[in-house]
Design a protein around this ligand. Sequence first.
Ligand code: ADP
Length: 538
Amino acid sequence: MSTINLLILDDKEENIISLSALLSDIGDINIISSTDPNEALKICWMKDISIALVDVQMPEINGFEFVSLLKSNSRTSHITAIMVTAISKEDKYLIRGLESGAVDYLYKPLNPEITIAKVTSFIKQIHIQEEIIQKNMELEQSKKALIQANKEAEQARRSKEIFLANMSHEIRTPINGIMGIVHMLKNANLNPEQIDWINRLENASNSLLLIINDILDISKIDSGMMKIEFEDFDLKAMILEFDKNFKLKATNKNLDFEVILDEALPQYVRFDALRLQQIISNFISNSLKFTEKGKISLIVTNVENIGDQYSISFVVRDTGIGIKPDAVEKIFQAFEQGDDGITKKFGGTGLGLAIVKRLSELLGGKVSAKSTYGNGSEFSFVSTIQKAEKSTQEKVRLQYTQFPELNKLNVLVAEDNELNSFMLSHMLQTWSCHVKVVKNGMLALEEFEINTYDLILMDTHMPIMSGFEAIKEIRRHPNRDKRNVPIITISASVLEHEQQAAFEVGADDVISKPFHPIDLYNKITKTCALKNENNITF
Ligand code: ADP
């Protein structure tokens, strides 16, 4: 405990001596005294005095005036003043003392017990006050540290967002090119051996895209940027699609694949089809990866339904290698795998189930896993899903080379990546468009000034002048026809607000890289208000 400075002010030296003697038994105090109020005031200014015992009757400045002076100055107002008086116990003196700022009285002749008890109690209070002040200072400091940490976290979140935007652009742009060329090659006249090469190339680029999408997905979810989009779709058709797609892969591994579909399930539902697909595909892909013999089953059951709200469980069961009991708990965490040998033997990043768990939470559902090591595993996703009416979109499957021509549209493509512009030109030319390619926003403006275009496909990130700036200029063009030209931006960013930014500067639509030719085709027909009776969808 800290030592407290106590001041005794009395014009009579003998009173100081007797009071000091009385207080000498109290620990942790340092007694300072004076017979002169002016000198005492100076002491209070210079030294850190906590308690002042002040005689009332003094010549020049009396005790009340002295305490008033203490209280009126911010440097001394905190001092606890106790009046020491012989005059009278009448109320008027009591009140005057309290009004001047004193907290208590001691009456002469001093009673030793009462004096010690009072001073000790005030010392205790001062210690408590000191502690409170100390705690307050600490609190203030941790508040400052918290504000700073918050600022830094926000800064880090922003850096992560920018990194994510750049990463997605840099990685997805070349993949877009590779996948586009694969699409083109698949439509060329190839011999069986070349078709096999192309299929392998397609598989490899699909796997690469899956890994990149996983990394981007987990970053998006963790920074709160993953959006869930509900739409009406045919649930039973989706399940049967799984049957078709995965049966082939299972057969290639000599595995059985079955789908058990509860009759009581609604045909059409309102849910995030893409994310549901992602969850189930993840379970099945894992089962395929970790099963060497036996069977993989996808069992979809209507657990219960209240009106339109169905509780649906999607279970993927396999007869694979299983998971050790202590690992079942942690496999839903990012980068965790069943055991350390897994990566070496089967590859993988350990991100799939972490994404699945986070997605299921965003969808309001639950995922769980059961496994018998050596015998197989069972993964399930259960969620409440709303029944919907029949979806209006019927699907037609066509290769992009079979799509109807696009009325000889004059298209300006602004894209700095040569592979992408080559691929875009090829697709557009297949649909009978006239294409002019430029490498940045500035050249796009020059070209746009000279010639008339029906559509502009504009990459957002380009050197010299970005797509955003070029669109702004176009939308300010004095010629009404020119400034209203349909513009679709091609963005490699997965970030919602980057796409939003394109709409804000005046883009009519946005297409993300890598895109499927069908998506591009559909966006062009929609943006240019062309007939698309086939409603081509993938
Ligand atoms: P990855 O498959 O890329 O390693 P996941 O997050 O999808 O990452 O899976 C994490 C781990 O969970 C796997 O490494 C594996 O150990 C275990 N696991 C997942 N599904 C199965 C399964 N069907 N059978 C056995 N182990 C599985």
